[in-house]
Design a protein around this ligand. Structure first.
Ligand SMILES: Cc1ncc(COP(=O)(O)O)c(C=O)c1O
Length: 449
């Protein structure tokens, strides 16, 4: 049986940005809820939105959104998950040394090309819950072609790194934040909840077993950790999953800036949107990434490196490629401020690096950090007034990545200087490699080389 529901007009308008008709799932009764837009309403309202381009209206819109009443990511408290798997129950099967893969040349590492020897694998089904976790040699999965992940994309993932410090010990950086984000991502696509602490303990066991895959300090490389969960029920139909697999694989990756700290050039084309209010851009779902590939290819075709994701009629800056965005500017009194768009809208992935940079800079008490909307009009104006000092992206892969140029409405904007960005890069890197201590941000794993 299908039931129909009318959903709020503001949500409808935002959904409309990507589709005229959207199918959603009612989690309780598993009925499809079809958001059937009245085309008359839609057409008139979207026309209105674009034709009313007066500054007054734009300011009103921005003010409303800046102070909107959404819950900040940091304020979301997750309930404990009592029925989770337990790390201490793990069954461990380790490869003989002679059967392990040959390590690559640490200086020639390419992202995502080398997989370590072992993986975590945990199955779940609706009737029996989580099964015993296993740490086993990496192996392919055998899935039925009906498996839900192949059709409707219930897939979530995380990205974190293990670093070998100067002292030879392995460190992971704020993994509890990745665990929280992964649980929130799981909830967004009806994958099962789990205890983040237990998954972290399993990851630590995996890192001890595959410790020799964490590159030496001198290489400035690291071990990328990819926790993932997929829906595997062998049934077609858009409904919450009844069967899934949580797995964690790892692989060594090279330093992001192996040939120097280089600014990137960006395509900012308002015709493409990565995420929208009421959507899922604030969760790490595989389905958020597939549609970005075409736009990334478009950027390359135009001789640029990455995409600057804009949103709404005001061309708000939201993210850069798969990074959060920051802008260092001077206010009218010449005081430096670091601005980053707020997480309160659901448009932006709450980056671990973003949060860490905000906390680090706030603790230094030198530069004010403000979470607020940035528009392209503001970027242009600040550039014209020589008040835009630097812009950069932030993420686990690069830590920070300076922005050099933005192509927007056929105009190439040159973004100045990268001194501050470089300083941040070194500061965070020093914490991650254990050169500097910073609170409880780093967890040390048992194995040394
Ligand atoms: C869309 C998006 N934004 C931002 C980030 C940065 O997040 P983090 O700092 O946790 O790596 C990522 C990477 O995970 C991402 O995919």
């Amino acid at each position: 049986m299908i039931s129909f529901a009318i959903i709020g007009r503001s949500v409808q308008r935002n959904l409309l940005r990507s589709a005229n008709m959207v199918a959603m799932i009612d989690h309780d009764c598993h009925h499809s809820i079809l958001c059937l837009e009245s085309f008359n309403f839609l057409h008139s309202s979207s026309r209105q939105l674009h034709s009313e381009s007066s500054k007054k209206r734009q300011n009103l819109l921005l003010t409303k959104r800046r102070f909107s009443n959404h819950v900040h990511y940091n304020q979301i408290q997750l309930e404990p998950c009592p029925n989770s798997f337990q790390a201490n129950d793990a069954i461990i099967k380790i490869l003989d040394t002679k059967d392990r893969s040959k390590k690559p040349d640490w200086k020639e590492l390419v992202f995502g090309q080398h997989c370590s020897d072992h993986m975590i694998e945990i199955h779940w089904n609706q009737n029996e819950g989580w099964q015993t976790p296993r740490i086993v040699p990496v192996h392919p999965f055998c899935l039925h072609p009906f498996a839900k992940v192949f059709h409707y994309a219930p897939e979530i993932f995380e990205g974190m790194k293990a670093y070998r410090g100067l002292d030879g010990r392995i460190r992971i950086f704020r993994p509890e934040l990745n665990m929280k984000r992964m649980r929130l991502s799981a909830a967004r696509v009806c994958l099962p909840d789990f205890d983040g602490q237990q998954l972290m303990e399993l990851i630590k066991k995996l890192l001890i077993i595959d410790g020799e895959w964490v590159p030496p300090y001198e290489s400035k490389a690291s071990l990328y950790i990819r926790p993932t969960m997929i829906a595997t029920d062998e049934a077609l139909g858009v409904s919450p999953t009844t069967k899934s697999i949580l797995f964690v694989v790892t692989g060594p990756v090279g330093p992001y800036f192996s040939t120097g700290f280089k600014p990137v050039s960006l395509l900012a084309d308002p015709k493409y949107v990565r995420a929208w209010q009421g959507g899922s851009g604030d969760r790490k779902l595989g389905s958020n990434y597939a549609p970005t590939m075409l736009v990334q290819r478009e950027a390359i075709k135009q001789g640029l490196q990455q995409v600057l994701w804009l949103y709404g009629p005001d061309h708000e800056l939201t993210e850069v490629g798969t990074m959060n965005i920051f802008m260092l500017m001077k206010d009218t009194n010449g005081k430096r401020q670091l601005i980053t768009p707020p997480l309160t809208e659901g448009l932006i992935l709450p980056g671990v690096t973003r949060q860490s940079l905000i906390e680090l800079i706030r603790s230094q008490n030198e530069i004010e950090v403000i979470e607020r909307v940035i528009t392209m009009a503001e970027v242009k104006q600040l550039l014209a007034e020589n008040r835009l000092l630097e812009m950069f992206g932030s993420g686990t892969a690069c830590i920070v990545c300076p922005i050099g140029q933005i192509l927007f409405e056929k105009q190439l904007l040159n973004i100045p200087e990268h001194e501050f960005t470089l300083k941040l890069f070194k500061e965070l890197l020093d914490i991650q490699y254990g050169i500097k201590e910073y609170g409880d941000w780093v967890q040390i794993i048992g194995s040394t080389l």
